[in-house]
Design a protein around this ligand. Structure first.
Ligand code: CP3
Length: 372
């Protein structure tokens, strides 16, 4: 039996959280008047308001212009009526101050110009330029100022900052973009199992450098007003449990511990993670994201009672006829059974083409159906 790490944020933050938003309270497994709701990729291409901004700016321009990033964040949260706003940024932004150039190629996603595949390249990565990401903290400050006053129902909107998890970020750096089989990433991981060769040091050093940069980046976001930090390990599901434990669990645990020490709860999110959930729980995250493949109650059971959960409607259910969608929303809430520590969300991000009115309906239904 592996000992579960104690979660430092709960006893420390619980008193303070008494007057906090229902979103933060749910992250800490405190009682709430109803289930809080927000969506992964709530500001994105499915939303006409976002596309109107996107007409005049590239994705990276939006991220790097605090005024515009804040506006996009605020517009999405207000249009949908959700309980939390995730800052508009991208997972890959920390690559720039690490010395890794990349761009978003239309229709193809992110492309890293020179993928990082050797120990020498890992050694060359910079970790002392994190202040260059200050524009994200500035976006958060603007969003926090906008939502400083409580909403009509008296509840404060939660503000979510985020960063990538070491594995998922490393996979973009090493593969050079999105990947199907993660061959180069796993090659670097497996090389670290052979001691003696210089290449065996590449993966551990890359993990260490990413954790340093990501922790400093998360700190800026917390100081700027983020109430919670979500750590995206979107592609962890590509790993076997053995490889996750051997190569990723320890750096991820270290990152999450460091972020919690800044005084905020951490949501740890991945997709296709049913078999990894018990190991992911060992990171000590306050909340685990659940994808839609496993019924929520079952996912929560494998996580254990000492952890909150976020999820887990299938994002494609948002394309279903109203009656079916309503039944799926009711089913997620039925599975959660009003227990403390459930945040309603999708199992992954809203996709392009999703009808906005269906997203708004889901918010209304969650509010109505989950009232205690
Ligand atoms: O409301 C929000 O969630 C928006 C903020 C946000 C973006 N990226 C903006 C964005 C967040 C939280 C992210 C995180 C992110 N970025 C992840 C993890 C989230 C997940 O889905 O698991 C990942 C893997 C990335 C890297 C990334 N960014 C990819 C692979 C792509 C290309 C995919 C595509 O649709 O082309 C992006 C582009 C991106 N980042 C978009 C948005 C809204 C697409 C829209 C655009 O091009 O304007």
């Amino acid at each position: 039996m592996i000992e579960q790490p104690t979660t430092l944020t709960i006893p420390e933050a619980a008193g303070e959280a008494a007057g906090q938003s229902r979103f933060v309270r749910a992250c800490l497994r405190l009682p709430v008047d109803r289930t809080p709701v927000w969506f992964l990729r709530q500001a994105g291409r499915y939303m006409p308001e976002y596309m109107a901004v996107r007409k005049h700016h590239s994705l990276l321009e939006i991220c790097r212009t605090s005024e515009v990033a804040a506006e996009v964040t605020i517009t999405a949260a207000e249009r949908l009526g959700v309980d939390a706003a995730i800052i508009f940024a991208d997972l890959l932004l920390p690559f720039t101050p690490m010395g890794v150039d990349f761009e978003f190629v239309a229709g193809e996603g992110p492309q890293v110009h020179t993928p990082v595949r050797s120990f020498a390249q890992v050694q060359a990565l910079q970790t002392d330029r994190v202040e260059e990401l200050g524009y994200v903290a500035q976006s958060i400050e603007r969003v926090a100022r906008h939502f400083a006053a409580p909403r009509a129902d008296g509840d404060q909107l939660g503000i979510i900052g985020f960063c990538g998890a070491p594995f998922t970020l490393a996979s973009y750096m090493i593969e050079g973009g999105s990947s199907r089989n993660y061959i180069e990433s796993k090659k670097m991981m497996y090389a670290s199992g052979i001691s003696g060769s210089p290449e065996s040091k590449a993966w551990p050093l890359l993990m260490e450098k990413l954790v340093d940069v990501l922790a400093a980046y998360a700190k800026q976001q917390v100081e700027a007003g983020a109430d919670v930090i979500q750590v995206f390990d979107s592609w962890a599901g590509a790993l076997s449990v053995v490889d996750y434990r051997e190569f990723c669990l320890s750096p991820t645990t270290e990152l999450i511990r460091r972020i919690q020490a800044f005084g905020v709860p951490v949501i740890y999110f991945g997709v296709d993670t049913a078999s990894l959930l018990p190991a992911m729980r060992e990171t000590g995250a306050d909340v685990l994201g659940l994808d839609w493949r496993t019924p929520l109650a079952e996912g929560w059971k494998s996580v254990g009672p000492g952890c909150a959960v976020q999820g887990n409607l299938d994002p494609i259910a948002l394309f279903a006829p109203e009656e079916v969608l309503r039944a799926r929303v009711a089913e997620v809430l039925r599975q959660a059974a009003g227990r403390n520590g459930h945040i309603f969300n999708l199992g992954h991000g809203i996709v392009q083409g999703t009808p906005v009115e269906n997203v708004i309906r889901v918010v209304e239904w969650v509010k109505e159906m989950s009232r205690r």
